[in-house]
Ligand binder design. Structure first.
Ligand SMILES: Cc1ncc(COP(=O)(O)O)c(C=O)c1O
Length: 431
């Protein structure tokens, strides 16, 4: 791989001209309005409003109304399973599933995820035991999982990060060998496949998120999907305070129901998903062209043999870029390109885990390296091919100026993503 110095010591020597005009050094930003990671996609507005009108006419706003029922059927059919239990968000889907499966004590999961994954365990008094990731896939490493199984382990919770599937067969084999339930947080995984089989149909059950930042959204929303009839029944009870009937409470429960207005948005968004996927694929190709040959900035791959939604544009920035991931992020933010460093610094370094857990749980070299290198870039229907040409041009320019640019950057207390407010509808997640 060529280094940034090679690039800058070619025909043209590095001059200050490479730096002039960059917004981070006082120039005008490349974009007058921010370009976001995870800006909501909007389906057909008239269809959405017609659904909401129908809901208002029916005066049926929640408690398993017709829109939620339709949404559940649609999601179950995409995942290729019998049951979908729609919830008010993806976090509640995880919490309800974990309770419905009966997990306790310790559950093995990944530190390279949005913090909702371990929080959904810890919220219920369960200790998330972090297993380091496979740096090629960014997903939990099955060998690390098996190493961490003890008599206290009650389950395994994988996450299909970016919608790229976990090593599902290896994890299932480990789960079977040890008699443990295997669950997946598939918040990023709707519409993606592994070995031709849709995400949503693996393990004992999986969960989706339909948060506004996901490519299909329900404003806020989530779902549990499974082929297990009893598990689905327990999840439905828990979702609705444990009510089996009008006045029969059969179990402990919570209020995890999806509202009709959320389902209206979810259905409208699902109808438009082929268009959203096509845009994401186009955007990914534009990034691939624009970043081709840029040293130290590697766009992650998506398997062309599988169904993919490519809702995340993820690059890994290594030392051969000549400036760090955080430097590049600072340069882009000044240009109004709101790149995000997901899932920095890794859940093992977030509270309460960093304070509660022992030194072994801080030793996550693969996650630490990746969390220092990953940058996600704007995509979705709010970003055009022309925007991406500008964004990749900025990345090229920053890398070609590499160390000189890094040395010239204004140093502020805190890095740019932490120092500026989170824009509307973005959560500092992966979400
Ligand atoms: C991997 C992951 N897990 C869980 C969640 C939580 O989902 P929600 O925001 O719908 O509660 C998100 C995203 O938001 C996520 O990205």
């Amino acid at each position: 791989m060529r280094s940034a110095e090679d690039m800058s010591s070619g025909a043209e020597p590095l001059t200050d001209a490479r730096l002039t005009g960059l917004a981070v050094l006082g120039g005008a930003p490349a974009f007058d309005r921010p370009r976001h990671v995870g800006r909501p996609n909007l389906g057909d507005r008239d269809r959405l409003l017609a659904r909401i009108d129908g809901m208002l006419d029916r005066l049926w706003f929640t408690n398993g109304g017709p829109l939620v029922q339709e949404f559940e059927e649609a999601v179950a059919s995409i995942a290729g399973v019998r049951h979908c239990v729609a919830t008010c968000n993806g976090t509640l889907a995880l919490e309800i599933l974990i309770r419905a499966v009966g997990l306790t004590d310790e559950v093995i999961t990944t530190p390279f995820t949005f913090v909702a994954t371990p929080h959904s365990l810890r919220w219920q008094g369960i200790t998330p035991v972090f297993a380091d990731i496979d740096p090629r896939t960014h997903n939990i490493d099955p060998a690390q999982v098996e190493r961490l199984i003890t008599p206290r382990t009650t389950g395994i919770l994988g996450v299909h990060v970016w919608g790229r599937p976990c090593a599902v067969d290896d994890l299932q084999a480990i789960a079977d060998r040890h008699g443990l339930p295997l669950l997946f947080d598939a918040s990023h995984g709707l519409g993606c496949s592994s070995g031709g089989r849709m995400i949503g149909s693996f393990g004992a059950a999986e969960t989706f998120s339909f948060h506004a930042t996901k490519f299909v959204n329900a404003f806020e929303g989530g779902a549990i999907v499974t082929d297990d009839d009893d598990l689905a029944e327990r999840a439905r009870l828990i979702r609705n305070f444990g009510f089996a009937d009008y006045d029969q409470v059969r179990s402990l429960g919570t209020n995890g129901k999806m509202s009709e207005v959320a389902a209206a948005m979810g259905l409208t968004s699902l109808e438009a998903r082929d268009r959203f996927i096509a845009v994401n694929h186009q955007n990914y190709d534009a990034y691939r062209r624009g970043l081709d040959g840029v040293p130290g900035v590697e766009l992650i791959f998506y398997d062309d043999e599988e169904a993919t939604t490519r809702q995340y544009i993820v690059v890994e920035v290594d030392e051969s870029a000549g400036l760090s991931r955080d430097d590049l992020c600072q340069v882009l933010w000044a240009e109004n390109v709101l790149a995000r460093r997901y899932f920095y610094p890794g859940c093992h370094r977030a509270e309460p885990y960093v304070s509660e857990q022992g030194p072994d749980q801080l030793r996550m070299p693969m996650t630490d390296r990746l969390a220092a290198q990953v940058l996600t870039l704007p995509t979705g229907t709010g970003v055009s091919t022309a925007d991406i040409e500008v964004i990749t041009g900025l990345v090229r320019r920053a890398v070609s100026a590499g160390p000189a640019l890094a040395a010239a950057l204004p140093r502020r207390p805190g890095t740019p993503p932490a120092a500026v407010p989170v824009p509307p509808d973005e959560q500092p997640d992966g979400g």
